[in-house]
Design a protein around this ligand. Sequence first.
Ligand code: PLP
Length: 335
Amino acid sequence: MREAMANACVGDEQSDDDPTTLELCEQVAALLGFDAGVFMPSGTMCNLVGILALTRPGDEMICDRESHIYGTEAAGAAAIAGISIRAIDSPHGIFTAQQVADAVRQRTRTAPRTTLLSVEQTTNFSGGAIWPLKTLRAARDMARSFDMKCHLDGARLFNACAATGIAPAEYAAGWDSAWIDLSKGLGCPVGAVLCGDRDFVREAWQWKYRLGGAMRQSGVLAAAGIYALEHHLPLLAQDHQNTQTIWETLLTCGLFRFDPARPASNILRFTFASDSLDAGMFARQCLERGVRVRDIGGNYIRVTTHLDVTADDAATAANTMVEVARDLTRLSASS
Ligand SMILES: *Cc1c(COP(=O)(O)O)cnc(C)c1O
């Protein structure tokens, strides 16, 4: 990847004149089934620009309560786009068409206009769950029936595809905007690609420019993306396998409670069978023993596997997590 970056052919991205960036955008747009795509510095900017292009200040967006766009983007939707968010409570970030309908405000003088639906495929903090295609389409169609726009946060879309064998374009069909992250499972240092029809991408470009996201010789970064699509995309299935391995090892000791019950992609989310175990303490002790897991609040731990974690690493990490949980259980019993 570093070599591909060093050898990249570059130009000026701001003038649509960086050949490598154009190539990456074309490739991703084709994969997702859209007219065009725009290269972004981050997934967070894809979400923000998507919202800016699809709403007006004072509008309201529907999304899941645990979604990245709601809780992990420094309230960009409110601070910059001037919209409010109506969050839906759901198991694992997957809600029903009826829940969408129930969250839409009545059209009155006093209510904000509900104009946008955002869905994560796969979910992130909800534990890497995958929306079944039927459920995803039902939510989209319900939003459409209220004349709403639909935004697909596909930071981890390729993980869903790797797990189900369903093509990215099938998941993204009929959405106004959809994007994929290059810096998650694909292992690039930077970047994401936001896709839509030509009008959407024109609008998205203006916002990208306004926000300071336009670049110059971005081909150096885009080359990493092109390399990852070719070489790293097929490796996502291994991350899923490694997550299964970790889950299976953790399952046998009985000290963890999984939510979802089993991992669907490269994310495993759990809390503890005993209330006396603390997620913060667990994460710190794991790190001391060389395993980085994340305390995501609510006494939950999120474990994410990726390109740099081998099958052996996954086995070692799982054993370490079991040891730490056993040690903490013993400690709490003796105090
Ligand atoms: C990581 C992630 C984002 C944000 O992407 P960045 O590239 O880190 O800004 C948004 N949504 C989901 C579902 C994610 O997993």
